[in-house]
Design a protein around this ligand. Sequence first.
Ligand SMILES: C[S@@+](CC[C@H](N)C(=O)[O-])C[C@H]1O[C@@H](n2cnc3c(N)ncnc32)[C@H](O)[C@@H]1O
Length: 270
Amino acid sequence: MINFDDELDKGQESYNQAVGQWWLGQADDRSHAIAYKKIAKEIRRFCKHEPETILDFACGGGQLLAELAKLFPKSKFIGVDGSHKMLAKAKERVPQATFIETYLPDFKLKQKADLVIFCFPNIAPGEDCQGFYNKHGYMHPQDAKVAKYLSEAKDPEEEDTEDPEELYDDLLTDKVISRNLRQLSKPGGICVRVTYSNAKREELSKLGQMRTNFEEGCLSLPVDGAKAEQLFSFEESVYKPSKVILDVYHQTEDEDDKTGGYFISFLRAV
Ligand SMILES: C[S@@+](CC[C@H](N)C(=O)[O-])C[C@H]1O[C@@H](n2cnc3c(N)ncnc32)[C@H](O)[C@@H]1O
């Protein structure tokens, strides 16, 4: 049994230890193998041209990069991750790719990609990181105002209500990560996000969709008189039922997280 809360407090180091051991088992099972193939196929369908550079943000053991390399033989691949244990596996799987070991988000990275991917996210910010996040947009006044509204609003379509303070923190923390994804994207480039979910994106409550759009930096409408900083525009989303949702169940032990799958969202850097 892993105490995920305690382990993930160790930041990127957590994926070199017990959480990393757990993830290697998960990511190599049958449902993940099928998911990586399907995600790569959807990305191939969406991309009209073969991207020059594909960057996988928090690439883990490189399973998705390996599938993409089969479909985009001419592209240049970059994998970025904070765990040397994950990167050792990724290097074996995709020897032609360039790998960078770094704490994420990392605003010092100079790479610019035509396609940036963020798949099955579980960024462990680590303790004492608030100052770093504050420096990189957590305190953005308009974003803070929108996040306050979105975290305190009662959702008429949802029975369970989340703690507004936790929600506020999650919204702004995720937005900082999206800023990094935008910085790594060429203007007009594609960003693909693969998100665990119990429902299709368009079936989320209206408020749930606004929160997702905010976190991803693609909320285009003003909220409560404030306009969040827009980083991407939303293009489309595809839902796939899958047992990969059990990754979430292992961490939350919430029965609702035993069923679902993931949605693949296609965004465009603005
Ligand atoms: C759930 S795994 C997903 C891996 C990969 N995207 C995939 O779909 O197979 C999360 C990944 O994020 C990385 N990670 C988590 N927190 C990090 C941080 N603060 N900095 C860098 N990498 C981090 C872990 O090392 C791990 O490889």
